[in-house]
Write a protein that binds this ligand. Structure first.
Ligand code: SAH
Length: 243
């Protein structure tokens, strides 16, 4: 079974959208992943087919109804993880993406309006995921981001099998800077070391630049990386550590 994505949305016409082109689109046509959409509105029960209602306690906007969302989710219940896109979720990272890509696929719930009735998350096993500290108008763009990140890791999707290994975040660092021909452009020359053919020197230069760039641009990542290096992995304790 290939990676299966099911997207619950009020706007199924947004899919596959950009995932129908380039690497992801080719992989979709080749059957390396599959996509289905579920129209949330099909699970509305009243004559107006309403999926939302006014917020309890007052305030602006509308809230998506737990009963309608649960009915839509239950219609696809299987062993795949269920993710709801939400700015209140855990920020998505490469580690989570990699774990998802190794699994059977994912069911993604896309919010609209002011979000979801919270009781949905008490009643069903749902992981809340954010794609960053900003607010989108709906979860569909987030779902596209999440799926794109997973799909490129599926077997046979990326050109060279190894081309994911030393990319940004895979090592806990940003990737080193890249260059390509022409060797000189607007008076700027590709760093000498990259043209030396000395693989050990090139690897050392790349490691150094990855570290410097991460320290300067992403002190949060750098701190975590340094912390992981100093502390023993997976919570194990050093023998000289005191209680
Ligand atoms: N009132 C909510 C925002 C609702 S935005 C709040 O302040 O938390 C409407 C929908 O867009 C959300 O339900 C979610 O599905 C999606 N969305 C918005 N920002 C997002 C983000 N950063 N990551 C993932 N999904 C997001």
């Amino acid at each position: 079974m290939s990676f299966t994505a099911t997207v619950l949305t009020l706007y199924p016409e947004m899919f596959p959208g950009p995932l129908g082109t380039s690497l992801a689109g080719r992989a979709l046509r080749e059957g390396r992943w599959s996509l289905e959409t579920v129209q949330i509105r099909d699970f509305a029960t009243d004559k107006h087919r309403s999926v939302d209602d006014t917020p309890a306690g007052g305030g602006a906007g509308m809230v998506m109804r737990a009963d309608v969302l649960a009915a839509a989710l239950d219609s696809v219940a299987d062993d795949r993880p269920v993710i709801a896109m939400s700015p209140r979720g855990r920020p998505l990272d490469q580690q989570r993406v990699r774990a998802l890509a190794q699994g059977p696929g994912v069911t993604v719930l896309c919010g609209r309006f002011e979000g979801y009735d919270e009781r949905l998350f008490e009643a069903r096993d749902i992981e809340l995921v954010s794609i960053g500290d900003y607010v989108l108008s709906g979860g569909e763009m987030g779902a596209l981001v999440l799926l794109d990140a997973c799909i490129r890791l599926l077997p046979g999707v990326m050109g060279a099998a190894s081309s994911g290994d030393d990319e940004s975040f895979e090592t806990g660092l940003l990737e080193y800077p890249q260059y390509t021909r022409p060797v000189t452009w607007e008076g700027r020359t590709i760093p000498e070391v990259l043209r030396s053919g000395d693989h050990a020197k090139i690897a050392a230069w790349r490691k150094h630049r990855a570290e410097v760039d991460t320290r300067l641009r992403r002190p949060d990542l750098w701190e975590r990386h340094e912390g992981a290096r100093v502390r023993p992995p997976s919570g194990a304790r050093r023998h000289d550590e005191e209680d």
